[in-house]
Design a protein around this ligand. Structure first.
Ligand code: SF4
Length: 291
């Protein structure tokens, strides 16, 4: 292989099929779940919505380098709160390098007709997360509408398939030892949820943001920066493959997380407005001390 071909192979690989990519559109959500694994209630003010033009540009920067993305999932917060969701969905619909796309929602917002028409494209599947009393009425309503619009859909009973959440741990948790982290990571079902959030790729949709509220130091190898001029397919493939190795795949966020193999808890338990304000203020206070 000559040198030009070698360099090209480093930046592009048109035989490579990325198995899975989660895309976050922002942390603003219609629910305030006490044990949200991704800490959405803490970020909903400062990371409310990401610019859709930037998300599309990030996706183009990935898809132009590979054969295709087999499975994509787009989610918030609550994706249907985003004012530009139509632009993103249309982009996904028309990008031939994205094979299928799950749109994850808590079913609190019933999307408008224009969105429902896009979602009726066979590339999309709408996933309703089941939060019991917090959303069961809306879930039934959205299910009925999906049937009317001939939209593929299903009810998601969470990673362990039993309607409960794995307790990944809250913001105050202490750092786990390396041996416990290795054990947790090995069993963690989220480690294959490669996530794109605000221009960076990380192991899961917790690890893209956990450091902002758990206040630990991140390492360079925890992320792949899609917006860097040096971003290349070699780096992306290497990061994905590290999943399979339970030591190399560990990112700093895993040291502050129980993964999905531990205690099970009630899904979608809500916090009151007062509790939420207290938590956000506490987080802001910690951040101001760190400045
Ligand atoms: S153990 Fe690591 S990969 Fe699994 S959910 Fe926690 S941060 Fe994400």
């Amino acid at each position: 292989m000559n040198i030009i071909k070698k360099i090209k192979k480093y930046f592009y690989d048109f035989d490579y099929e990325l198995p899975n990519l989660v895309v976050i559109t922002g942390q603003k959500c219609t629910l305030k779940c006490k044990n949200c694994a991704n800490f959405s209630p803490y970020h909903s003010k400062e990371l409310d919505f990401y610019d859709i033009s930037k998300i599309i540009s990030d996706l183009k920067n990935i898809t132009k380098r590979l054969k295709y993305i087999q499975h994509m999932q787009v989610q918030g917060g609550d994706i249907f709160l985003h004012k530009d969701v139509i632009r993103l969905l249309n982009y996904i619909k028309n990008d031939e390098k994205i094979r299928e796309c799950v749109v994850a929602t808590n079913s609190i917002i019933i999307p408008k007709k224009e969105i429902l028409e896009i979602l009726s494209d066979k590339k999309f599947v709408v996933r309703f997360s089941s939060y019991g009393v917090a959303n069961e009425l809306n879930e039934k309503k959205l299910e009925k509408i999906c049937n009317e619009f001939n939209i593929n859909h299903y009810v998601y009973l969470f990673a362990n398939g039993n309607s409960s959440w794995a307790d990944c741990g809250g913001i105050d948790m202490k750092k786990h030892s390396l041996s416990l982290t290795k054990e947790n990571y090995k069993k963690c079902l989220f480690k294959v949820c490669l996530t794109l959030e605000n221009g960076i790729l990380s192991r899961c949709s917790r690890s893209t943001v956990a450091h902002k509220v758990q206040h630990f130091r991140i390492k360079k190898q925890d992320f792949v920066n899609v917006r860097s001029p040096l971003f290349n397919i070699h780096k992306l493939k290497q990061f994905v493959v590290e999943n399979e190795n339970s030591e190399k795949g560990i990112v700093q966020a895993c040291f502050y997380c129980n993964g999905t193999g531990g205690k099970m808890i009630v899904a979608g338990e809500q916090i009151s407005k007062e509790e939420s304000e207290l938590l956000i203020n506490k987080n802001n206070l910690i951040q101001s001390f760190k400045k």
